[in-house]
Design a binder for this molecule. Sequence first.
Ligand code: XIL
Length: 347
Amino acid sequence: MKSTVLCGLLMIGLVSSAGAQLKDRFKDCFRIGAALNQAQFDERDTRGADIVKAQFNTISPENVLKWESVHPKPDGYTFEQADRYVAFGEKNDMFVIGHTLVWHSQTPRWVFEDDKGAPLSREALLERMRGHIQTVVGRYKGRIKGWDVVNEALNEDGTFRQSPWFKIIGEEFIAKAFGFAHEADPDAELYYNDYSLENDAKRNGAIALIKKLQEQGIPVTAVGLQGHDKMESPTIEQQAAAIEAFSRLGIKVNITELDIDVLPAKLNPYPDGLPDSVQQALARRYADLFGVFVKDCGVVSRVTFWGVTDGDSWLNNWPVRGRTAYPLLFDRNGQPKPAFNAVVGVK
Ligand code: XIL
């Protein structure tokens, strides 16, 4: 037992000292990236920034381009952080992603209300949406290469989520958002992004939605499968079937927010470190998923992790605050985990 552990540690050491890089490993297949927080793109977190520069060729903004961050008040935009995020990506020759234009979450309440606090009319909300998209997409025209235009518009059963966007505008809010984004930057890639799209009902809802957009001549470049995965779900078969089903629409598939939650609901079982058996199971799970992504090379055109190291992950505070999560490829000390080696070594 001890010698296997030692052997494993030596192997990790060898691979990391040999300088294995995700972006080189997958360069003929897909872009590979991470969502960044402010400390990383400002390079205050030098360890994190160094990992990003060494390993990834595309970045996503974890929070700084959400509505509440760039447009907190009706007449006020705040672009300082987003500007620095984009500059970091450009300086390092990265494919810079924008996340996200139209979402029900992290969007201030005033967006849906008039100055007296009454619900906005359909026309007024469309006008507000147009203004926001033109301003934000327009500011980074030619620099942000792909946008999550609409995030999480569907329920688990494939019907439309009853968000304020949907309630006030109707399902046309999605076509409108894509139209405004295309107008603001005709060269930008435009994405529909959601989670659990590997489940049949939700997948079928998304397929119907994208087909309808295509019939109206709306340019959808890719679907984003968020990929907030568990150890058992989605199954490898579901993952492969989802990629295949979306590819039949003639669009690309991006894995946009990948992480694998090893923690059971509501518990914090590993505050002091991940047991080796779970560590190895996580590595196998990552290898299995990347096996699918690599097989669908070309259709899958980007794989982005939602965070850099385990310590940065949103899963330390969701769905329960203050847990110790282990969902990514780099540990809390910035060291590559067995899962990193498993991903690099995938055939
Ligand atoms: C999360 C961020 O990681 C957190 O920092 C923030 O507090 C909440 O949002 N789906 C998405 C992402 O599309 O924007 C979310 O990001 C995670 C789930």
